[in-house]
Design a protein around this ligand. Structure first.
Ligand SMILES: Nc1ncnc2c1ncn2[C@@H]1O[C@H](COP(=O)(O)OP(=O)(O)O)[C@@H](O)[C@H]1O
Ligand SMILES: [Mg+2]
Length: 273
């Protein structure tokens, strides 16, 4: 099979810097994202993940450096970039009073897609929301809402999708549902750039993981490559491979961002039903 070695990256970030007054948040960020892959930008709370996503989605201008998405410069070709992307943030765009189907029809209309009802129907099916389609979104679980939110951002099938902390605040079941959705997206050829402060999320989903720390990418590689940074510890005769968490903590030196939104344990051992 003749794979194209010169395949253009779907996202290219070169020397991006951004300050807010005296706060130099991004100090020269570089990475490429291959088309159709899942790329995780891992960093603690306040590392600058959302700032970078806002630059790549044209909502903020970098102070220096260049970035392109789908071949278009994010500053000089912002309109073309916007036409090629979707952005799902931590705060949902779902309207509670509308049903799942109505939410989807609404965004399809706003985007002037030719057949809103058909677009809504196929997204509902793709995201496992067909049965709940005619219920108000207010009745959905956290995972269903987040899936609906991602589905809404995909009306029109953008080739590049930004997911900013897609599972923050979800319970374990909801996280698994969203992970499945993200894998499915990449399986269909969509490029996914997600940010997360959860090591297991990056470990589970990403083809490549970049660690953003103190304004730069301090490591970028596959999970296997990152794990090779630390030697396997040999304990008696059992070899213990380093986890991504071991690698992250060794590189960053601090535990990842606060865990205040982690769900509390939902079952006590030995509890009767
Ligand atoms: N509009 C803004 N004005 C001033 N400071 C900001 C602004 N947006 C973000 N920051 C600061 O920049 C840093 C990075 O923020 P952010 O990109 O949201 O981090 P993350 O998404 O990794 O948690 C934080 O210290 C945050 O307080
Ligand atoms: Mg953020």
């Amino acid at each position: 099979m003749g794979t194209d070695q010169a395949l253009q990256p779907a996202i290219r970030v070169q020397g991006i810097e951004k300050s807010f007054k005296d706060l130099h948040v991004l100090r020269g960020v570089d990475f490429d994202v291959r088309p159709g892959s899942i790329f995780a930008l891992l960093g603690s709370n306040g590392a600058g993940k959302t700032t970078l996503i806002k630059i790549l989605s044209t909502l903020l201008k970098p102070y220096s450096g260049r970035a392109s998405v789908n071949g278009f410069d994010v500053v000089t070709r912002a309109g073309d970039v916007r036409a090629a992307i979707s952005l799902t943030g931590q705060f949902t765009a779902v309207d509670d009073v509308l049903t799942g189907r109505e939410n989807l029809v609404l965004v399809a209309r706003l985007r002037h897609l030719p057949n809103p009802a058909e677009v809504a129907g196929s997204l509902l099916a793709r995201f496992g929301l067909a049965e709940a389609a005619n219920r108000r979104a207010a009745t959905y679980s956290g995972g269903m809402r987040r899936r609906l939110d991602i589905a809404m951002s995909l009306a029109g099938d953008p080739p590049v999708v930004f997911l900013d902390e897609p599972t923050t605040g979800l319970d374990p079941q909801g996280r698994l549902e969203v992970w499945r959705t993200i894998r499915q997206l990449a399986g269909q050829g969509t490029t996914v750039l997600l940010t997360t402060q959860y090591l297991d999320e990056a470990e589970q989903l990403a083809d490549r993981i970049a660690i953003l720390h103190r304004g730069t990418i301090i490591q970028n590689g596959t999970l296997a490559e990152l794990k090779r940074l630390l030697p396997a510890a040999t304990v008696e005769y059992v070899e213990k491979q380093p986890s991504l968490e071991d690698v992250f903590l060794a590189l960053v030196g601090d535990p990842p961002g606060d865990r205040q939104d982690q769900p509390t344990a939902d079952s006590a051992p030995g509890k009767d039903h």
